[in-house]
Design a protein. Structure first.
Length: 62
């Protein structure tokens, strides 16, 4: 399976949207503890998935 630049760009946009939604929810709920932890978990998953995709794309190139 080949990872194209288009796939990486779409993944980047989706990750930015997930982080924006998490920040918006934190602001709307005035940094509620539950929402704060859910936002931290979302950001961690986004970063982890981005790293996995970047690593896989790097292996496919080399």
């Amino acid at each position: 399976m080949d990872i194209s630049r288009k796939t990486l760009l779409i993944t980047f946009i989706v990750n930015i949207l997930l982080i924006a939604i998490a920040v918006t929810c934190m602001i709307v709920t005035k940094f509620n503890t539950v929402v704060l932890w859910l936002s931290v978990a979302t950001v961690a998953l986004v970063l982890f998935s981005s790293y996995i995709i970047w690593r896989y794309a790097r292996e496919m190139r080399g």
